[in-house]
Write a protein that binds this ligand. Structure first.
Ligand SMILES: NC(=O)c1ccc[n+]([C@@H]2O[C@H](COP(=O)([O-])OP(=O)(O)OC[C@H]3O[C@@H](n4cnc5c(N)ncnc54)[C@H](O)[C@@H]3O)[C@@H](O)[C@H]2O)c1
Length: 311
C-alpha cells in the first residue's frame, strides 16, 4: 500500500512512517519541519518539505496518489492554541480541510487522523472516558481536533472518503520533544539529566498530583497499522487504560534514569483537568488492539534514547 504520512518528521509520525515501511508499505512523508527534524524521516521514505496549507500539497497528492493519508501534522500545543486560536484553527482545521479536499480529488481511500483523547476528555462523565462522553472542550486545540472528527464524518458521508480517528492519550517515547500536548516525560527526563528538580502540580485532595494515561509509542504504531484495514468511520481511544498520578510517573522516570531528584510541590494550573484516563474497549473490539508496554519498560527504552541522543 502507498501511504502518505503528514508530520512524518515529528515524534509520532516518524515512528509510524517507520512502522509502515517495516511492514513493506511504500511511504511518502510531508512535513514543513516547523517542529520535526529531517533526520527523523526514515530512510526509504520519499520526503517533501511542505506546509499542508500550501498549494504544493495538492501537487504531491496528484503525483504520489497514495491510497491512505495518515495525518499527524498539526499545531500541537494546547497553551499556544489558547494564545493564538486563529493560528490553531488555520493549521488544524483549515489546513486539514485543504488536505481532505485534495484526498477526495486524487482518489485517497482512507484518512487516519491523529486526534486527542486527553484534550477531549469529559469533566462530567465517569472515568475511564469513553469515546461517546461529551468532551469538555477546554482549549481551542480540543475544539479544532473535535471539529476535524466531525468533518471526517461529513466527508465520509458526502464524498466517500473513509476515515479512522485515533484519540491518543499521553504518548511518550524516543524523539519526543518537551513542548507538545503531553510533554511530562521529556520534561522530567531533561530536568533529571540536568540535575534540576521538577514541579508537581497537585491539590490537597490529590497530593500525588493530577492523573493521566500514558501510552508508549510502539503501541501507538501498532494502532496505526491496525487502522489501515479495520472498519472505517470510527473514533477510537488509544491509551493504556491506566490512571497514573504525575508523582508516580516522576518516580518511574527517576527509576528509569537511575537519578533521584526532588519533586517540588506547586498548585494546580488553571484549566488543567484533574483526572484523565481512557476506556479503550472500542479499540480492543474493532482494531484488536490493546496497549502492551508496561510503563517501566517504555520509560527505560526512552531513557536509553535520551542518554544516547544527549551524548
Ligand atoms: N504527543 C502526544 O501525546 C499526542 C497526544 C494526542 C494527539 N497528538 C497529535 O499527534 C500528532 C503528532 O504529535 P507529535 O507529538 O508527534 O508532535 P510533533 O511536533 O513531533 O509532530 C508534528 C509534526 O508536524 C509538522 N508540522 C506542523 N505543522 C505543519 C504544517 N502546517 N505542515 C506540515 N507539517 C507540519 C511538524 O514539523 C512536526 O514534524 C499531532 O497531530 C498531535 O496533535 C499527540
Amino acid at each position: 500500500m502507498k501511504i502518505l504520512v503528514t508530520g512524518g518528521a515529528g515524534f509520532i509520525g516518524s515512528h509510524v512512517a517507520e512502522a509502515y515501511l517495516r511492514e513493506g508499505h511504500e511511504v511518502v512523508v510531508v512535513d514543513d519541519l516547523s517542529a520535526g527534524k529531517r533526520e527523523q524521516v526514515p530512510e526509504g521514505a520519499a520526503f517533501y518539505r511542505l506546509d499542508i496549507r500550501s498549494d504544493g500539497m495538492d501537487t504531491v497528492l496528484e503525483r504520489e496518489r497514495p491510497q491512505v493519508v495518515n495525518h499527524h501534522a498539526a499545531q500541537k500545543s494546547v497553551p499556544r492554541s489558547v494564545r493564538d486560536p486563529l493560528l490553531d484553527s488555520d493549521v488544524n482545521i483549515a489546513g486539514t480541510l485543504k488536505l481532505l479536499n485534495g484526498c477526495v480529488r486524487h482518489g485517497v481511500n482512507r484518512v487516519i487522523f491523529a486526534s486527542t483523547g486527553g484534550a477531549l476528555a469529559s469533566v462530567t462523565a465517569a472515568l475511564p472516558t469513553r469515546e461517546d462522553a461529551p468532551p469538555a472542550m477546554l482549549s481551542p486545540y480540543a475544539v479544532s481536533k473535535y471539529a476535524v472528527e466531525q468533518y471526517l464524518r461529513l466527508y465520509r458521508q458526502n464524498a466517500g472518503l473513509d476515515f479512522v480517528a485515533l484519540r491518543y492519550a499521553n504518548v511518550y517515547g524516543p524523539r519526543q520533544a518537551p513542548d507538545g500536548e503531553c510533554g511530562a516525560v521529556p520534561i522530567f527526563m531533561g530536568n533529571a539529566a540536568a540535575g534540576r528538580p521538577s514541579l508537581l502540580y497537585s491539590s490537597p485532595d490529590m497530593p500525588n498530583g493530577m492523573t493521566r494515561d500514558y501510552v508508549y509509542i510502539r503501541d501507538v504504531c501498532r494502532a496505526n497499522l491496525a487502522a489501515l484495514d479495520c472498519a472505517g468511520g470510527q473514533v477510537l481511544n488509544i491509551g493504556s487504560g491506566r490512571e497514573v498520578p504525575i508523582g508516580e510517573l516522576y518516580e518511574a522516570v527517576c527509576e528509569a534514569m537511575e537519578r533521584h531528584l526532588p519533586l517540588v510541590s506547586a498548585g494546580m494550573r488553571a484549566g488543567d483537568l484533574k483526572r484523565s484516563v481512557l476506556d479503550c474497549t472500542r479499540a480492543a473490539e474493532l482494531l484488536h488492539w490493546r496497549a502492551e508496554t508496561p510503563l517501566p519498560e517504555g520509560l527505560k527504552e526512552t531513557a536509553a534514547w535520551f542518554a544516547s541522543s544527549a551524548s
